[in-house]
Design a protein around this ligand. Structure first.
Ligand code: MF3
Ligand code: CO
Length: 250
């Protein structure tokens, strides 16, 4: 069942979504050579708790940290570690989920560490833009796969590939609600989008092939070909006036 949120639900949900946006903004200012992904995690957890909210990922199916920090060929679900220190030329995807007010917010960004390759710049830009073209389709009366198709065609036109193994999701009183939101597919399929739906749209885009493997830690997804991957995510409301990004700093 796809849940429909009332205006008062949306008001409540805007709180965790705003916290996600604020913490990501703080992380942007911290990322740089020599910081460890465990430092980023500790910062995020303390900022979330300071706001009387909970880190949604911590303990989720046994996940051990508050954020996912995925470096270079890591696609998603990288586990923060003191031994993962960022260096000039890396790219890092940071994914944060927050529970507050009985609702979840979820968003991700990919950042450059110092100077990165032209390919990394193009990949990050295309991934961020593919999220925006996907969000543009989050309009009442469209079909779910209009989002998927917009993301896939945008990145493939630029020579990149959309990961198949992970998808976006509905979000609300649960972190993962129906529907699943693939980043690939034909347009015009799947459920009709309706006012009051809230969707976590999250393209995971690879520089090379779309195949991924899971590392021995049971979480970290990496590209099978070892090439770079980027990830951007927003929690989005389908509203009367079109898509509203709830996890945006405004
Ligand atoms: N944004 C990701 C998702 O929706 C993050 C989940 S990470 C986990 O699946 F650690 F909580 F699993
Ligand atoms: Co998500």
């Amino acid at each position: 069942m796809i849940t429909i949120k009332s205006p008062s639900d949306i008001e409540k949900m805007s709180v965790p979504c705003r916290i996600v946006a604020e913490v990501l903004e703080g992380i942007k200012g911290m990322v740089g050579p020599d910081i460890s992904t465990a430092d980023l995690d500790a910062y995020a957890e303390s900022e979330i708790r300071k706001r009387k909210a909970l880190p949604a990922f911590k303990g989720y199916r046994g996940y051990p940290a508050s954020i996912c920090a995925s470096v270079n060929e890591q696609v998603v679900h990288g586990i923060p570690s003191l031994s993962t220190r960022l260096k000039d030329g890396d790219i890092i995807s940071i994914d944060i989920g927050v529970l507050a007010n009985g609702f979840y917010g979820d968003a991700a960004i990919t950042l450059a560490v110092g100077r990165v390759s032209d390919e990394a710049v193009r990949l990050m830009k295309a991934t961020q833009e593919s999220l925006l073209v996907g969000i543009d389709k989050a309009v009442a009366g469209n079909r779910l796969s209009d989002i998927s198709h917009a993301v896939q065609s945008y990145v493939e036109e630029r020579g990149f590939s959309a990961v198949r193994a992970f998808v976006g999701h509905g979000i609300g009183r649960q972190m993962h609600e129906e529907p699943q939101i693939p980043n690939f597919g034909k347009p015009g399929k799947g459920p009709l989008l309706r006012e009051g739906m809230t969707l976590a749209i999250e393209p995971m885009i690879n520089a090379g092939a779309s195949d991924v493997n899971i590392l021995g830690d049971g979480w970290t997804a990496v590209t099978a070909d070892g090439r770079l991957s980027a990830h951007f995510e927003h929690t989005v409301l389908v509203s009367k006036n079109g898509p509203v990004i709830l996890t945006k700093i405004s």
